[in-house]
Design a protein around this ligand. Structure first.
Ligand code: SF4
Length: 224
């Protein structure tokens, strides 16, 4: 709840800044008002996000990519943003990086894709595959935090530095933080390389494999 509250506060401040305000003493939300802001049901949240035009990325997308998978998953994968194929299909992690992630999930963690949920920091495709900027990310983050609250995963895998940065606020390089389990209130975050980075830099695959073996250990240790 605290993460969602902080994300909503930041979103409001970014919106005020984009309207030209440099200073505001308004508290946009009180913490106990948060439940009024976003749906408490994942299908309703999906409907809301599918019509979202809150940031610039809505101008360029073909489809909103809300995320997909088991809404009771114990493990949630979070990437940076939908790519071109995801924008076309409306589904997360399709194409070559999706195939690689599928293989890792099946062969290293040894679970079915039906047991996980996959989404991104932003739900709309940034033009030319650029990194989402901080206004776009902070505007979209409340949707991710509500997804986390509703799905209640025990492990959140941050795929790539952008996902890790926006999930934690920490800017440590992925090469330094990868594979480290970071305890949050209700779940553990484990950062590792994004599959598309591994496709461009195959020499890092063995490190990612080590990270995923740790993720498997954490997963296997969860109460069944
Ligand atoms: S990226 Fe997120 S905040 Fe921006 S338009 Fe898409 S759904 Fe809305």
């Amino acid at each position: 709840m605290k993460n969602l509250y902080n994300a909503l506060q930041l979103k409001q401040l970014y919106i005020l800044r984009s309207l030209g305000y440099n200073y505001s003493d308004i508290t946009p939300y009180k913490e106990d008002e948060i439940s009024l802001q976003l749906p408490q049901n994942i299908q309703e949240l999906r409907k809301l996000v599918s019509k979202c035009h809150l940031c610039e990325l809505s101008k360029y997308r073909k489809n909103v990519v809300f995320g997909e998978g088991n809404t009771n998953a114990k493990i949630l994968f979070v990437g940076e943003a939908p790519g071109g194929s995801e924008d076309e299909s409306g589904k997360p992690f399709v194409g070559r990086s999706g195939d690689m992630l599928d293989k890792i999930i099946t062969n290293v963690i040894n679970i079915s894709k039906e047991d996980i949920f996959i989404t991104n920091i932003v739900k709309c495709h940034p033009p030319k595959n650029r990194e989402p900027n901080s206004i776009e990310a902070h505007t979209c983050l409340p949707f991710l935090y509500r997804q986390i609250e509703l799905i209640k995963p025990k492990i959140v895998v941050a795929l790539g530095g952008t996902a890790y940065h926006y999930l934690t606020g920490d800017e440590t390089k992925m090469s330094k933080i990868r594979g480290i389990a970071i305890e949050k209130d209700d779940y553990t975050i484990v950062p590792t390389y994004h599959p598309s980075y591994l496709l461009r830099n195959p020499s890092h695959k063995h490190e990612a494999w080590e990270d995923f073996k740790k993720i498997k250990q954490l997963y296997d240790a969860l109460p069944q």
